[in-house]
Design a protein around this ligand. Structure first.
Ligand SMILES: CC(C)(COP(=O)(O)OP(=O)(O)OC[C@H]1O[C@@H](n2cnc3c(N)ncnc32)[C@H](O)[C@@H]1OP(=O)(O)O)[C@@H](O)C(=O)NCCC(=O)NCCS
Length: 199
């Protein structure tokens, strides 16, 4: 499915979007948010910034919205929900072990990403309505662009929910184990390392 029909139809727009994906964390996304009339007024500015404790309730609600996608065994999922609760996000955002960033468009929270201890991609979510527009990739590039050089050398791990494995592969992550079923969810351990060819 094309990510963006406007970009598909216009090679110049496609090229400028590709540039924006690579180099910017604040980018115009045609069609985002959906606006009336299909004119330039439909363009929205996607901005990425560090999360604040006041974002925690919207972050927790975003995770909740994926319950049906993520949870295999609701009876076993209490520890997962505790780790994704508003309280847990408030604590994480305040902790220097975590780096949280949110993507927003006209004050709507579209997605967020969180890294723990500079080494583990703790979580990454994009609102269902915003998926397939490069937001997840943009959050990832924003994050690794801010990794200390030592951490970047070590690489980044993630416990990828099974629905997200193809997404992580497209970012360069590789499998690092077998599928694990724990706390009501299933995930594949994956690992990303900077390609030696990368500048
Ligand atoms: C996984 C997720 C973060 C992806 O975010 P997104 O903004 O839709 O992804 P993007 O649009 O940035 O896609 C980036 C690349 O991944 C690919 N991709 C994304 N989702 C994919 C899927 N389900 N299957 C195959 N490829 C996929 C895209 O084709 C794109 O590739 P390209 O840039 O080479 O064309 C989002 O779907 C999500 O929040 N899912 C639910 C929550 C979840 O599972 N989070 C992961 C927890 S570990």
């Amino acid at each position: 499915m094309p990510h963006d029909p406007l970009a598909q139809a216009d090679p110049h727009r496609q090229a400028s979007l590709a540039m924006a994906r690579c180099f910017s964390s604040s980018v115009l996304r045609p069609g985002w948010p959906a606006g009336a009339g299909g004119s330039d007024r439909a363009l929205g500015r996607m901005n990425i910034r560090p999360a604040a404790p006041t974002d925690a309730s919207r972050i927790a609600a975003l995770v909740r919205s994926f319950e049906a996608v993520l949870i295999e065994d609701p009876a076993a999922a209490a520890p997962f929900w505790e780790s994704m609760s508003q309280r847990a996000h408030v604590e994480n955002i305040a902790s220097n072990r975590f780096a949280y960033y949110v993507a927003e468009s006209t004050n709507t929270l579209v997605g967020f990403i969180a890294l723990r201890d500079d080494t583990h991609l703790f979580t990454l979510f994009v609102d269902a309505a915003g998926q397939g527009r490069g937001v997840g990739r943009m959050l990832w590039h924003h994050l690794i662009g801010r990794l200390p050089p030592k951490a970047e050398k070590r690489g980044v791990t993630v416990n990828a929910s099974l629905n997200a494995v193809a997404f992580y592969r497209s970012l360069g992550f590789r499998s690092a184990g077998e599928i694990v079923r724990q706390h009501g969810i299933a995930f594949l351990p994956m690992r990303w390392e900077r390609s030696p060819d990368a500048a």
